[in-house]
Each structure stands twice: as structure tokens, then as C-alpha cells.
Design a protein around this ligand. Structure first.
Ligand code: AN0
Ligand code: CP
Length: 317
């Protein structure tokens, strides 16, 4: 695998899931594969899980790991070609990418959407430049429109906990005080649409996602109706996608917070969230602390999804 930014890059999900399960059984079975190979992780945005789980995954494979926080200690990077660089950005991505690539074998990139220019975000300008100019395998650690390592970990988690062959999975919007990207919900929908699960998306009017990601999902504007009979509740906030509100918070209605009363409408559903989560905005303390909450095993599976992807990249070097 030379790039990992979308569900299509992973190929058939049953094969990927089997490979992930094999890794989970013995995560140190492939420590020779990464010997003398270097992973460079580049962060344009903050991270707890992605940073630690991806580094751990690479170490499990015997790799050396370097981490660069672009906004802390590196030169600020210009990402657009043609700009007269008379502002605060001292270096251009077009030099920085080949330089960084010369020190490593595989590159992971986190670069969130700016949420001001929809076209720029949805063209994935930053990660696409890494793919084009680095000459190295590149994987997304959350780019502007997708977070595939998260979605892969979410899928692994659902497969581990489901008790029906075709569970009902409900992705629900929930309130948050600040504008967040659509990457996590887009990506989760993209992955769920490749499964044969019953997949429902619920959100207030105005929070419609790009139809390309919604795909075959049923969109239900009544959150309580959406929750009926659900096996998995996947909560996430996102900012508006539709114009003219692209990237804006248009509601913080706490009637959408996931609470015990709403969970009671489900078929004893598991609760999922990618984290970080704001308690009592997205989900109440009671629900996230309940024995149906999967947030910790879900986060733990980030090590497994990352290791599966990095292993495949090492195999093509
Ligand atoms: C980010 C987001 O919503 O995309 C990262 C989630 C994994 N969340 C925040 O910025 C709070
Ligand atoms: N879920 C996730 O990607 O978390 P971080 O932003 O902490 O990496």
C-alpha cells in the first residue's frame, strides 16, 4: 500500500479485518519488518491518541519513529504555491516535503480542514502535496475530509462487539461549543457504507454532510426515532457543510446530547465516540461511564488499525 487516505485504499474489508485480528493476537510477530526503517509523523494539529497509538504501532513493527509538530518549534509552513511569502511563514511545503522525505521511509500526516474555504478543504491540498512530492508511502492521521485510521479502528471495534450479523449503527450529531471538521463523520460514513450494516445518520437540519459520504445511509432528522432499536450509537459533533454556513456552528442545542433516556430507546446499544469528547455536551457522564460505553476499547484499537496500515506499507518498500 502506497497511500492510505480513504476506505478504498485498504481494499476488501474482510481481508483487512482478518489481518488486524492477526496483529491483535500477537502484535510483536512482525518486529523484523520495520528494522532500520523510519516513520515520520507530521502534525499540523494537536493529538493524543493518534500520536501515541501510531508511534506504538510503528515500534511494534520494529521501526524508528520521528515526530514533528509543525507549529511547535519548526518553521511555519506555507502550503499554497504562488504566494509572496512576506508574512509569518518562513518555509514552503514544496521544499519541506522532499527534505522531510529524505530522512524517512513512511510518512503520516495530520492536517485538519481550515473550515473557511470548502473547495480548498475538500481538495485535500495538504496531504495530496505530501503524496505527490514526497515519493514515500503516505497515510492520513486525519486530513481535511477523512480520518481513516479512526474509522478502521471503529470498524474493528464494532466487529468485536456486535451480536447480530447486521447491526443497526446510528451516527448522531451532538452539540459542541467550537467548530469541528466533518472528517470523522465523513470517514465513518464512508467505511460504514462499505459494510452491510443497517446504517442511519441523524442530525439537526442544516448539518447535512456531503452526499458523497452519506451514500446509502438513511438520514433521520428525529434523533429519538433514529435511536429506536439501535445496536451502536456513534456520537460526533461536526460543523455545517452546506453553504452558506460551511465550517460554522449553527446549533449547540443540548437536546441532542446523548443521555440515558435516549439510550433507553435503543436495543441496549453500545456507545461509541472517537475522543476527545466534551462530557455533558456530546454525552452525559452516566452514558460514557456505563458498561455499554466502548470509548476505551475503541481508542485501544487505534494501535491495531495503525499497525495494519503501516505493516502493509512496509511490505511494499
Ligand atoms: C477533532 C475533530 O473533530 O476532527 C479530532 C477528533 C479525532 N476534534 C477536536 O478538534 C476536538
Ligand atoms: N481520535 C483521535 O484521533 O484522537 P486524537 O485527536 O487525540 O489523536
Amino acid at each position: 500500500m502506497r497511500k492510505f487516505t480513504t476506505v478504498a485504499d485498504i481494499g476488501p474489508l474482510d481481508i483487512a479485518l482478518a489481518e488486524a485480528a492477526e496483529i491483535k493476537k500477537d502484535r510483536f510477530a512482525f518486529t523484523e519488518l520495520g528494522r532500520n526503517k523510519t516513520l515520520l509523523m507530521i502534525f499540523f494539529n494537536s493529538s493524543l491518541r493518534t500520536r501515541l497509538s501510531t508511534q506504538k504501532a510503528a515500534m511494534n513493527l520494529g521501526m524508528n519513529v520521528m515526530v514533528l509538530d509543525v507549529n511547535q518549534g519548526a518553521w511555519k509552513l506555507e502550503t499554497e504555491r504562488g504566494v509572496v511569502m512576506d508574512g509569518d511563514k518562513a518555509e514552503h511545503l514544496l521544499e519541506a516535503i522532499p527534505v522531510m522525505a529524505s530522512y524517512c521511509d513512511i510518512i503520516g500526516v495530520r492536517a485538519f480542514a481550515g473550515l473557511t474555504d470548502k473547495k480548498e478543504d475538500y481538495e485535500e491540498r495538504v496531504i495530496e502535496q505530501f503524496i505527490k512530492y514526497s515519493g514515500k508511502p503516505v497515510f492520513s492521521m486525519e486530513a481535511a475530509t477523512r480520518h481513516p485510521l479512526q474509522s478502521f479502528a471503529d470498524l474493528i471495534t464494532i466487529e468485536e462487539f456486535k451480536t447480530k450479523p447486521r447491526p443497526k449503527v446510528v451516527m448522531t450529531w451532538a452539540p459542541h461549543p467550537r467548530a469541528l471538521p466533518q472528517a470523522v463523520p465523513n470517514s465513518f460514513a464512508e467505511w460504514m457504507n462499505v459494510t452491510d450494516y443497517d446504517f442511519v445518520i441523524t442530525h439537526p437540519k442544516g448539518y447535512e454532510l456531503d452526499p458523497k459520504f452519506v451514500g446509502r445511509a438513511v438520514v433521520e432528522y428525529d434523533q429519538r426515532r433514529a435511536f429506536e432499536g439501535a445496536d451502536f450509537i456513534y456520537a460526533k459533533n461536526w460543523s455545517a457543510y452546506a453553504d452558506p454556513n460551511y465550517g460554522k456552528v449553527i446549533s449547540t442545542d443540548r437536546d441532542w446530547t446523548v443521555d440515558t433516556e435516549k439510550m433507553a430507546l435503543t436495543d441496549n446499544a453500545f456507545f461509541m465516540h472517537c475522543l476527545p469528547v466534551r462530557r455533558n455536551m456530546i454525552v452525559t457522564d452516566d452514558v460514557i461511564e456505563s458498561d455499554r460505553s466502548l470509548v476505551i476499547p475503541e481508542a485501544a484499537n487505534r494501535e491495531i488499525s495503525a499497525q495494519t496500515v503501516i505493516k502493509r506499507m512496509l511490505e511494499t518498500l
